[in-house]
Write a protein of this length. Sequence first.
Length: 100
Amino acid sequence: MDPVKSVEMVDENTICVAAILGSTLTGEFEDVKLLNDLLTQKNKEKGWDTPIHVDAASGGFIAPFLYPDLEWDFHFPLIKSINVSGHKYGLLYAGVGWVV
């Protein structure tokens, strides 16, 4: 999803905004840094603390190696959780996943 459109939809009832790092169909990475920057600004303006979850089920295993300069992880204070799936690139049997 477009980070600008995502943040525009955030209101006082939003419990979390999710970013996908590695779409299952296309492998596309959403711009986590831009999402973080826009949401940080909105949180500051509104006095909210809306966090980010990164769905890295497909990209979490490859992003650190293929794109070491990509910013998408816990270095951003708004990112409170990240999930990866062991069965996609971790070479484990289906149904194995982690949320950190």
